[in-house]
Each structure stands twice: as C-alpha cells, then as structure tokens.
Design a protein around this ligand. Sequence first.
Ligand SMILES: *Cc1c(COP(=O)(O)O)cnc(C)c1O
Length: 381
Amino acid sequence: MQGFSTRAIHAGQDPDPTTGAVIPPIHPSSTYAQDGVGGTRGGYEYSRAANPTRTALQEQLAALEGGRHAFAFGSGMGASDTLLRVLMRPGDHVVIPHDAYGGTFRLVDKVLKHWGIEYTPVDLADPRALREAVRPTTTVVWAESPTNPLLGIADIPASAEIAHGAGAKLVVDNTFASPYLQQPLALGADVVLHSTTKYVGGHSDVVGGALITSDDELAEQVRFTQNAVGSVPSPFDAWLTLRGAKTLAVRMERHSDNAERIAELLTAHPAVERVLYPGLPEHPGHEIAAKQMRRFGGMVSFLAAGGSGAALRICATTKLFTLAESLGGVESLIEHPGQMTHLSVAGSMLEVPDNLVRVSVGIEDGDDLVDDLRAALDAVR
Ligand SMILES: *Cc1c(COP(=O)(O)O)cnc(C)c1O
C-alpha cells in the first residue's frame, strides 16, 4: 500500500479526464443529464444522493482510514445522528464515554431519548467497567480516544473485543487523533467517525463530518439513510475538506511537536495543577496511547491551580492563542470548556471541572506559542 501522504494527495484525485485539471473540480450541479431514462453517467442523478466532488473526498477519506467505504456529511453531528439511526431501534442501548464530546451526549440524552434509546456513560479506559455496562440490548459501543476535552484514552482493541462479544458494533470518534495518528479500523473498530471540521479540514474554514467503514452491509444502510435524511455537505465544503486533508501528515507532525513543548511548559509551571496530555508518561492512558497512536496530537488540557477565576483569566490573557471554540486548525486556540464547548453537559454526570482550560496547539512557531502561554500563566501566579 502507498504511504499516508501519497494517498492523501492522490486517492480519488486522478486528473479530470476531459480537461486534464489536476485538482478535482467543484461540481455545483444539483442534477445530471441522463442518456435515456435511467441512463446515468457514472451513477450521478441528484446531488443529495451523490456528487462527484463529494465522491473525490470520500475516496480520499476511505484511503486515509484504510476503509472500503467513506461518507462525507454536512457536520460531525450529522454523521453521528445518521449512524445512530442506522444502528439503533427503540429499546436499544448504547454505551458512551463518561467524558464524551458534549454534542454527542446532547444528541443521545436530549434528542434520541425521545425515540426510546437508552445509554450508559462509562469510563472506557477501564475495560472491566465496559464489560459490566453492556446489556443484551446494547447495539453500539461508542468510543472516543483521546476524549474531548479531558484527553482520556480508550483501549480500542479491548473495547472492540467486548463490543463484539456482546453483539454490538464499536464506533470510534477519531476526531482528536486524525487518521494520521490513529487507525481504529485496523484496531478492531467497525466504524470511524470524524468531525472533519477539526484536523482533517485543518484550516477552520469548513464544517463537516465523515463515517468510514469496511462493513459492506453497514455501508449500504448508511448510504440509504444519509440520502433519506439528507445530511450532506455542499460541493464547495467537500472540496475545501479534500484540499485541507492533503497536508494532514505534515500538519499533525507539527501539531504534535508544538503540543509536546506546551505540555512541557505547563508541567513545570506553578500556575498549573495538572496537565492532561497522553504524551506525558504520567498520563494514565500513556502506555495504551503509545501502542495505538503514532504520536500524541495537538490537544492539551490543564487544570489551573488558582481555580476557575485563574482559568478564565488565562483564557482572556493569551494573544496568539485565540479565545474560541473548535480545534484542529493551523492557528492556536484556547478555551474554557465548562462555559464554552461543554456547557451542554453542565449539571449532568459529564460535567467538566471549572478550572479546566483546553488548548488546540496550532502549527505556528513553537517558541512564539511557548512565550505567549507562559506570559498568561505568569500573570495569574
Ligand atoms: C467537534 C466534534 C464533534 C462534532 O462535530 P461537528 O463538525 O461540530 O458537528 C464530534 N466529536 C468530537 C470529538 C468533536 O470534537
């Protein structure tokens, strides 16, 4: 098999046969001429069902995750919703991470519960807890690794074994790692989910999601349901995501380099109580992360020693780290999950500590990032 970057730059992206254009065209057409009724050219009839720019992106994403099928969505949540509708029926049960992405928890707890879906939050770092949580009605084990925003690590092969033993599918939200750092299908997962808004797109200029699987039957159901519910990306969004993903490998190496330096700064600084980064040997998931990830990525969280006031002041003081939600872009961001990205889990059992700060370490020069964050930490000592 070709290397990761070769696939990122070439899979689904052969030069256009009519013009020779090296870059896949953006096809805004909603409909396609038929050569006689039912005589489609390449299967295209209407762009909710299929669109050539989206096909190019899907072939690229399938190649990057090592899966047979990929589906691009209008958002990560659109992908999650479609997948859960495929895999669950009223009365079915899903295991979710006890520190799941807030939007995933909100979808299950606030929306799908009205359709009779039951769920149990579990610490997926503990395979025993997962074994105890699965029931005869469990159809999905939903894992995230590393988790957003606490950087918890799930043992993917162990989770796959337990899920399959219970007759359930293992879904891995691979958004934080990206396909460059971690390949869940090879580790036993049935489906990989991405918010391509984050590292895959990588430039904070497009919202999107994706599902990748090698299960032909499941892929057919996803294809049917996605077309039925209509959660598709625009051709321009598909094109932006495809363009961003070409440089994923070089970006993830640089994100990881810079994040390691930021984790080092935070570990040594008195304004910090605890650093959450799977690359640190003292992280409880470090050994498992080292086995299933190439490197440890660009996301770092920490607990401010001075409580929530200090956490909020650090977020307000950095200059290069922009105070904003989201993550995974080339620019560095900082945020307070308790009052920003994870407000949707406030008061629930997934509530996050109020002195938690999350940084998405970008690919600027490492020295500048270290200087900027150090100045903000010094200011609250
Ligand atoms: C952002 C995010 C999502 C949701 O994706 P959207 O593109 O915002 O809909 C899901 N999972 C994780 C881990 C995320 O960070």
